[in-house]
Ligand binder design. Sequence first.
Ligand code: GTP
Ligand code: SPV
Ligand code: MN
Length: 591
Amino acid sequence: MALTKNKNVLTWVDDMVALCKPDQVVWIDGSEEQLASLRKEAIATGEMEELNQEKLPGCLLHRTLQNDVARVESRTFICSRKEEDAGPTNNWCDPKEMYAKLTPMYDGVMKGRTMYVIPYSMGPIGSALAKVGVELTDSIYVVLNMDIMTRMGKAAFENLGETSNDFVRGLHSKANVDPENRYIVHFPEDNTIWSINSAYGGNVLLGKKCFALRIASYQGKNEGWMAEHMLILGIENPQGEVTYITAAFPSACGKTNLAMLIPPEIYEKQGYKVWTVGDDIAWLKPGKDGRLYAINPENGFFGVAPGTNTKSNHNALESTKKNTIFTNVAHNLEDNTVWWEGLDKNPPENAIDWLGKPWNGKTSTEKGAHPNSRFTAPAKNCPCISKEFDNPEGVPISAMIFGGRRAKTAPLVYQSRSWEHGVFVGSTMASETTAAATGAVGVVRRDPMAMLPFCGYHMGDYFAHWLEMGEKLGDKAPKIFNVNWFRTDDEGHFIWPGFGDNMRVLMWIVDRCNGKANAVETPIGYEPKPEDINIKGLDIDLDTVKDLLNVDIDLWKEEAKGIHEFYAKFGDKLPKPLEKELATLEANLNK
Ligand code: GTP
Ligand code: SPV
Ligand code: MN
């Protein structure tokens, strides 16, 4: 039975039912009863496997096809009416053409299947910052993931009422999971997303990257707010004051880890605490007091499994102990649990790998889990979830951090001289690619604000929007920083210990925001003096910190050349203030 009287929703659902021709239509109300029966069905058909209910209560395992394990950027499209509005960094196709091409692919695609109608809210229901979406899908896996990742069910319609047309229409069919006909398509002017022939999270959980970043970034540009690929965390000092920070790193570059970090003993003993508001996406808007406020539009974590262990990210691991869905990890048959590379030093001998084949972790040279295997865990499971997580107003942001994987060029940390300079730093970010998207891994590419695969409109206009937001925020704007945890030595080992010890860098950032820390000027921005980074209890010395902070002029001259080439893509859409920042960088390097 339909769960809303909203005519716009009903008409669209009817149209899509007429197109996809499912045997039946089920509206997802979000009740535990309905979810339990869907879980039972997925287990009965083999779509998901039930794990050890004593060790992992409520947890399920799922495998996707070998050719369907990551986002496919080459098949992701922004179909704005004008090509110019998609810009040089997105795949574009005329929306009329794209609808004409995809419509026959959806025609009758759900025959013999059920269409699930999923109402969901991105952001706390009732928040002025939240938005409503409806996803139609033929996959129970999608329904169960959306239940964890969003506020799903009838209540989501409360934010919409009977007449509003302001909801994002998502249509997904796994179809035959044919990689040749896989499409993840966004029609920003129609508030519409069509995804077909995939069952991998980032391509099919349409509330996440498709809506909360690609469509939302476009909405934010038009409505005066921002949708960013950013974690949100709070650092509480011993006096109980919390400073909130966001950080944008490309996929698989450490957002979940930083968001949930456990303070090293030196800080923990003094009473410092870290609270997680979000690990992947932030929606940011100026509040009544003129500061920038952030909400996490999601309700769970779709996190990278490999490398997650009690030492690297204890809080993430704890979050996966119940009501979690594991995708493409190894199935430990010894006790019907899960395993992945880096979980512990004791891989199971009797297991099934991510490909569904028998696997012996002690003798096999193959990986048991796919490098982009993931867990979908409810945010409320997280031991350090912020008490502001559901706050409809969001949290006020003091600092924004950019960063990526750079073996050499980028120093451990530096601060921009101004908002404009910070936008320059974000817009010229580069990082080595990871397994989160298909394609080569480890290649350096420019990934502005970690939004290259997620910006739903012209990247030059996006930079302009950042600059406009800075003007609006004035002296209340967050300070902007850049970090790099991934510098390597001559043997390719990471020099900085990373993980929880990243707090040592965050503390300099917090102190800069509160006017308590010093900085020195370098050609690329402000840096701490080596002794401003607290290394007590670490087995690195001040000289190593000095190396980590070193700005290699020759490498940076190369960097400036690369930025010129990158900026050239944007033609006259490149905002003038960014050109000026590049000139300043070059002048500083030639001093
Ligand atoms: P998405 O979910 O794809 O957006 O990824 P993410 O940015 O949340 O990345 P995540 O925190 O899951 O980390 C990805 C990988 O980076 C994992 O293998 C981590 O072990 C590794 N990693 C995270 N933080 C650090 C760090 O400080 N140092 C080092 N060396 N590795 C890290
Ligand atoms: C990312 O790739 O940045 C992710 C995972 O967070 S996905 O949802 O697949 O995009
Ligand atoms: Mn991400």
